[in-house]
Design a protein around this ligand. Structure first.
Ligand code: ATP
Length: 514
């Protein structure tokens, strides 16, 4: 098993042990790729949502938020192209009986070649030291040049096959690249087939009256069909945006890798409506703004990179991902898409109702173009978990597991700990706790020795602990211990609320962003 697999397993078991994420329906042996958020998971999720919502809606005068229904008229999905084109190419291995996405198998093969390039560059950088010129090396080293040529060729073949829907060509590419099933190790593949990702169910209880209805695979369509409602009721002027946070459902061919790919997940999406012809400017704007939002968390700039799409979705004229260095390697965390006027135009056609905006400045009616930012809340959650987890050896020889979750996202902001369970300390600690809990999510804990209580808080990522001791009773001061440095300082009880909220509130993140 690779170190990556080990790390992923560690995160999964830590998440379960400490109440972040549980496998769903566990008493019935679970349901594949379905997870429940536990008591700390829910808090962390809320905080991520708050950071996203406030940075998008509250920080932009021209962006508002809505909450549309999961069920929509079935024609919505006909118009959007999902009924006909929301497919993934699937392929089975006849020996392992495992199912894969054909494009993902090829992408993973490309990633292996990229890793070889990366290793060559690293080796050369070490050999040449300060004199190393990366651009020169990449364009002249014969091995690297050959790897780059291979990548380009594979990407071209894959793009052509996907764009023309040539499933046989996709299979041929897998055979030519000699891609083997990671489980059986064989190349005994079935043909590639298209598989629609939408879950369908029936509406209505009387047979005959029932009609097919879909669980939405994205929140975006709920925004498009409300575009004019919001524009008119809010007297919005273009450019303006509409945000949504909500569940989406996709019958993924392979749903694995923990909460990275699930069949029921949550999205945070923003549709930004612009003048036709100005979409590329806004696409660049949002590409940059969204990267800034991620890096603003301070988990490490090197954890993120852009990836331009090889194959554009049926609605897009430009698209890229912000990828995150997950335990499985760099993978999509967020997508930024220039969706043109595809969706609104289609809804105008299928509904027979105009989906146009009157631009008073131009004295002109038009269907706006749309730039979308779409991030998975669960993937964002997983990025925070994996960047935060650390096993540490301390200077006194002991060990600790600490979740270095950005303080503003941490589920519990502060723990209130009486040093000992006597001499009036618990009473004083409870008094402080009851005051603090009005302001931030905090915990009171008086069980076990103080060191063990610190470890428990480290494991759930609590950024601050305060200890109530004899001096608290005498002088109204407490020790404030910081999670990462483990440094302690003494502060007055009267300053506690302001100190803690200053260090842990989302406001601080928003201030850095603006
Ligand atoms: P992928 O290529 O990984 O299937 P996608 O490009 O289809 O993702 P989008 O349609 O752009 O994804 O959806 C926006 C975001 O929703 C993604 O960036 C991702 O964070 C999240 N997401 C998509 N599918 C899933 C899923 N099955 N489970 C969890 N999150 C998902």
């Amino acid at each position: 098993m690779s170190a990556q697999d080990d790390f992923l397993k560690t995160i999964i078991s830590h998440s379960k042990e400490y109440g972040f994420i549980f496998p769903s329906s566990e008493i019935y042996d679970g349901l594949s790729a379905t997870y429940d958020y536990g008591q700390y998971g829910k808090e962390l999720k809320n905080n991520i949502e708050e950071y996203w919502w406030k940075s998008m809606v509250r920080m932009h005068d021209n962006i508002v938020g809505i909450d549309s229904a999961i069920f929509m008229h079935p024609t919505v999905w006909k118009a959007s192209g999902h009924v006909d084109a929301f497919n993934d190419p699937l392929i089975d291995n006849k020996d392992s009986k495992k199912r894969y996405r054909a494009d993902v198998l090829i992408e993973e093969h490309i990633e292996k070649i990229r890793n070889k390039v990366h290793k060559e560059v690293e080796k050369a950088a070490k050999r040449f030291g300060d004199a190393f010129n990366m651009n020169q090396f990449r364009s002249t080293n014969p091995r690297v040049v050959e790897y780059d040529r291979q990548i380009e060729e594979i990407e071209n073949r894959m793009r052509q096959a996907l764009e023309s829907g040539d499933l046989q060509a996709l299979k041929q590419l897998i055979l030519d690249l000699e891609i083997a099933d990671p489980i059986s190790g064989t190349r005994n593949w079935t043909d590639v087939r298209q598989f629609n990702l939408m879950f369908a169910t029936e509406l209505g209880s009387v047979s005959g009256e029932a009609s097919v209805i879909y669980l939405r695979p994205e929140t975006a369509q709920g925004t498009y069909i409300n575009f004019l409602n919001v524009q008119r009721s809010g007297r919005m002027k273009i450019p303006f945006g509409i945000c949504q946070i909500g569940k989406a459902f996709r019958n993924e061919i392979i749903a694995r890798q923990f909460i990275f790919r699930m069949r029921e997940f949550e999205q945070m999406e923003m549709q930004f409506f612009v003048r036709p012809g100005e979409e590329m400017e806004w696409y660049s704007y949002w590409k940059e703004a969204r990267m800034k939002w991620h890096r603003n968390l301070g988990m490490g700039d090197g954890l993120y990179r852009y990836h331009d799409h090889i194959k554009l979705a049926h609605y897009a004229n430009a698209a890229c991902d912000i990828e995150f260095d997950f335990p499985m390697g760099f993978k999509e965390l967020e997508g930024i898409h220039s969706r043109t006027d595809f969706d609104l135009k289609a809804h105008e056609k299928y509904s027979g109702r105009k989906q146009q905006y009157f631009d008073a400045e131009l004295n002109q009616n038009y269907i706006p173009y749309v730039v979308e930012t779409a991030i998975g809340l669960d993937r964002m959650f997983m990025s925070v978990l994996s960047a935060s987890y650390a096993d540490e050896k301390l200077s006194d020889g002991s060990e600790r597991t600490v979740m270095r979750i950005p303080a503003q996202l941490a589920p519990v902001k502060i723990a209130v700990l009486p040093l000992v369970k006597k001499d009036g300390m618990p009473e004083k600690a409870l008094e402080v706790y009851h005051k603090l809990k009005l302001e931030v999510n905090c915990q009171y804990d008086d069980k076990d020795a103080i060191g063990r209580r610190y470890r428990r808080q480290d494991a759930i990522g609590t950024p601050y602990c305060i200890t109530i001791d004899q001096e608290t009773l005498d002088k109204q001061t407490v020790t404030l211990r910081e999670r990462d440095s483990m440094q302690q300082e003494r502060i007055g009880i009267e300053n506690l609320v302001s100190t803690v909220t200053e260090k842990t509130s989302i406001t601080k993140l928003l201030t850095k962003l603006s």
